[in-house]
Structures are given as C-alpha cells and as structure tokens.
Ligand binder design. Structure first.
Ligand code: NAI
Ligand code: MG
Length: 500
C-alpha cells in the first residue's frame, strides 16, 4: 500500500466512524424520534455527489411537536428554575463538549459542506465552541437599570431583561455549526428555549450536537432539532403562532418570506442575509498582506461566506500588480475533496448551486468580462468551481451587482478615495466592507463612510463574539453577537412603583 492510499483508507475509516455517530432522527423533548410522516431524505457529500446517509424529514407536524416541547420547557421545569450560574455553567459545558468531540464534528462538517478537514479542525469547530464559552457569561448579565420617573410624588422606576420565549433558529449550509452556535449560545444564555432547523443540505453536525445535549445536562425540550426542507419545516417555524422569535440566516429572498410569514403572531424577526462586500486596496497598502488577504477574502469556504469580499476595488496605479497577484493566489489553490490532506478549497454545496454559479460566470462573459484566473466548473463528480477573478467589468453587470456565493471576485479600478467609497456603497446590500491601507486618514474615512454593518481594516471576514454583526439594507435586520446578543434574545420590561 502506498502512503497516499493508506491515508485514503484511514480517512475513509474515520469518516465512516464519524457518520456512525450521527443520529438520523429528529430530536424532540430530549428524545430521538422519526418524522411523523415517516419520511427521510438523503444527505450528499458535495465532493463526490454521493449520498452519505438518510435523515428524518420533519415538516409542520413535527415543528408543532417541537414547539410544544419548547413551550413546556420554557414555562415550567428545571430550565426556568435554574440559577444563572448553573445556566452559565451548562452553556460553557456545551462549548467543552464541542471541543472534546472536535475530530468527529470536523469530519462531519467537512463531509457535509465539502470544506477541507483542516479548515473544520482549526476554524469552524473551535470557532463554534468559542461562542458557547463567550456567551456562557451572558447568562449572568441579564441586567437592567433603575430610573427616576419625572412625575409628581415619589416613584421608583426600573428596567429588567427577560427571555423572549421560544426561539426558532433557521440555519444555512455554509458554516452550519458556527451559525448554530451563533444562535443557540446567546438564546440559551438569555433563558430561552429553541427549535433549531439546520439546512437540508447540512444537518449532520446539528444532529450530532443534539446527541450530546443530555450529557451536558440540558433539560428535555430546551433545544429541539427538526431536520427538513425550507418550504415545509422552515416555513412552519416562520409562521408558527407558538414561536416568539425567529432568527434566520440565509438568502435575502427567503428572509423576505420569513418576514411575511411572521406577521401572523408578529413574532420578532432577525435576519442575517446576503452581501456583495467591497474590498478596497489603496495605493499605500502593504501588498504582501493585501494580495493574499484579498484572495482569502473571497476564496475561503469556496466563496460561500455572506461577508465575502466579492467586489475588489484596486487603485489604478497598482491594479495590474494586485490583479495578477490575486490570480496567482487563485491558481495556487488546490481544489478537491474535503478529506484529501493536500486540498485547500472544496466544492460548492450542491449541483444546483454549482449550476447557479456557472450561470453567473456565463452572464459575466456575455457582458464582456474576462477571467484573469479560473472561469469555469470542473467536469468532476463533485461540484467544483475554479477560483475565479473577473476583470473588464462594469458596475451595471449582474456579476457585479448580485451575490454569487461562489469563488468569484470582480475587480474594478479607482483613482480617488471619494470615488471608491461611492463605488463601494453602490449596492443594495450592506453586510461588510474592507480596506487595505497604511494611511490612518483613509482607514478612518472608510470606517465612517462605508455603508456596511462591519468594516475590516487590513483584514477581512473577521467575526468575534465581542463584535456586533449584521447588515444594512438588503443584508438584514438586527445585530448578533456583542451588545447585539442580549438585544436579540431578551425583552426589556419596565416597572414603575408609586411610593406615596
Ligand atoms: P435559503 O435562504 O433558501 O436557505 C437557508 C435556510 O432557510 C435553510 O435552512 C432553508 O431550509 C431555509 N428555508 C428555505 N426556504 C424557507 C422558507 N420558505 N421558510 C423558512 N425557511 C426556509 O438559501 P439557499 O437556497 O440554500 O441559497 C440561495 C442563496 O442564498 C445562496 O446562493 C446565497 O446567495 C444565499 N445564502 C446566504 C447565506 C448567508 O450566510 N447569508 C447562507 C446561505 C445562502
Ligand atoms: Mg432556497
């Protein structure tokens, strides 16, 4: 046996044992149960196009059951009566359990999404754990204020924070465990209960996570997991009268559907949607940082990151140098299967999505764009797209305006800071934007004037539990993390007392 084939059979073996640890049923009220319809659906490895396993296909009837369990767990029982320190300790423990099962989580996430194993091992999984560890502290900080109402006589006023109730969490497929943690950790810290729906493409880590909840000591019904499709299970969550808040991450199109569905009981809605983020390289930038930085900004996770730096703006004086540098980075990327240790970029999520990205590339070429690197899909069984940089684009082209969600960046030139800020802001989206510069003035101008929820300086795609995150315009409603976390998952109540 050669070293390569030994490595392959070893990774096939560990892949199988990770898959064997995944429950294939819904998790409702502390038990794994079949969907009421008895239906199941297949989960595919996007790196081969082959089915990995079948999981339960939950729909509206199962969401009903999950909401009932969540409601009961919220209104009565150990979760409600727990001290804040006990709750905090439990959430911390969830972070520990993710770390203790790092290898299994990483293999599952890589098989499911297609991302290189190394990325899951050092990125996604530890990152998800970090959210539980950070947000654990939030459980003890559900604080309010005291105020003095301006009324005749003696009064005492106060505000207090209380949980929202039952939270519906709808998660996409690009970074499944991370976004699960982004929603679950603060929701639980604030004392809510949760019905979680992972994306139909990527249910594996959510199901494996569910299998650890009992071990963590989480009371039954506090977290329920319903795997299933968006138009059935997802839509039932968005419309459900027993859900008090829905937290959604996904496409702008479905975000709008959620808002409409939520009007029935006027549940609270937070939305983290698409983007077409600008990445600006100023003439004074440190190009040793900026060139690889611009490549990673868009090619990480095969371009399937909502904040990806997909519109690259380079000062005319360095345009050719930066474009050829990013093209060189693109060509050096080794595209392939997630479990191949030499691979640095995986496939996109599905056949449907690959075709969608390819149709964007075709529209770009029809409109006159040229590829400085990449430009097409690979004729493999998996859903691979070459890392692509498009030049000769105009601001009106579809490839410049719409979110492609693949490894495709469009490069445009500019001459002045004012001009590039206007170009960067010429978008319906407003999730993130970045600038590479060594000039303090340019950095601060960009921070102030770029119309986006997050601005990066000499870096890109940085998220942290301490930093509020969310978008402007078609990129969504509300902020997660940081000071946004309490805001998302608690209600402010005021109380006023007449003292005579
Ligand atoms: P999507 O928005 O349809 O799916 C995201 C989640 O929403 C999944 O869990 C899905 O089951 C659920 N969902 C779908 N329809 C629903 C409905 N009617 N009611 C409630 N939940 C529903 O995203 P999709 O179709 O997978 O990808 C399309 C595009 O969306 C991508 O090409 C990309 O541009 C964007 N996207 C953005 C993401 C982000 O992180 N902001 C993540 C995933 C996709
Ligand atoms: Mg969809």
């Amino acid at each position: 046996m050669t070293v390569a084939s030994a490595q392959r059979s070893q990774s096939a073996e560990s892949a199988q044992s990770a898959l064997d640890r995944v429950p294939r049923q819904l998790y409702i009220d502390g038990r794994f149960v079949d969907a009421q319809s008895g239906k199941t659906f297949g989960v595919v490895d996007p790196g081969t196009g082959r089915e990995l396993l079948q999981v339960a296909e939950g729909d509206a009837a199962d969401v009903d059951r999950a909401v009932l369990a969540s409601r009961r767990a919220f209104e009565s029982g150990p979760w409600r009566d727990m001290t804040t320190i006990e709750r905090s300790r439990l959430i911390w423990r969830l972070g520990d359990l993710i770390e203790e099962n790092l290898d299994t989580f990483a293999i599952l996430e890589s098989l499911d999404v297609g991302k290189p194993l190394q990325v899951s091992l050092t990125g996604d999984i530890p990152f998800a754990a970090k959210w539980f560890h950070h947000m654990a502290g939030l459980a003890t900080r559900m604080e309010g204020t005291t105020v003095t109402p301006s009324l005749p006589g003696r009064w005492q006023g106060m505000s207090l924070r209380q949980p929202v109730g039952v939270v519906g969490a709808i998660v996409p497929w690009n970074t499944p465990l991370i976004i699960t943690a982004w929603k679950l950790a603060p929701a639980l810290a604030c004392g809510n209960t949760v019905v979680l729906k992972p994306a139909e493409e990527t249910p594996l880590t959510a199901l494996f996570f569910a299998s650890l909840l009992e071990q963590a000591g989480l009371p039954d019904g506090v977290v329920n997991v319903v795997t299933g499709f968006g138009h059935t299970a997802g839509a039932a969550i968005a419309a459900h009268g027993g859900i008090d808040k829905v937290s959604f991450t996904g496409s702008t199109e479905i975000g709008k559907e959620i808002v409409k569905a939520a009007t029935g009981n006027l549940k609270r809605v937070s939305l983290e949607l698409g983007g077409k983020s600008a990445n600006i390289v100023m003439p004074d930038a440190d190009l040793e940082l900026a060139i690889p930085g611009a490549a990673t900004a868009v090619f990480a996770n095969s371009g399937q990151i909502c904040t990806a730096g997909t519109r690259l703006f380079v000062h005319s004086s360095i345009f050719d140098e930066v474009v050829s540098g990013v093209a060189e980075q693109a060509r050096a990327i080794n595209v392939g299967h997630s479990l191949d240790p030499d691979v640095t970029m995986g496939p996109v999520i599905s056949e449907r999505h690959r075709d969608r990205v390819v149709s964007y590339l075709e529209s770009g070429f029809e409109d006159g764009a040229e590829a400085a690197a990449g430009g097409s899909a690979r004729p493999d069984d998996g859903y691979f797209i070459e890392p692509t940089i498009l030049t000769n684009v105009r601001p009106t082209m579809k490839v410049v305006r719409e979110e492609i969600f693949g490894p495709v960046v469009v490069a445009q030139r500019f001459d002045t800071l004012a001009e590039v800020i206007a170009m960067a802001n010429d978008t319906e989206y407003g999730l993130a934007a970045g600038v590479w510069t060594t000039n303090l003035h340019s950095a601060h101008r960009c921070i102030q004037e770029l119309r986006a929820g997050s601005v990066y300086v000499n870096t890109f795609n940085v998220a942290d539990p301490s930093l509020p995150f969310g978008g402007i315009g078609q990129s969504g409603w509300g902020r997660e993390h940081g000071e946004g976390a309490l805001e998302q998952y608690s209600e402010t109540k005021s109380a006023v007392m007449y003292l005579g």
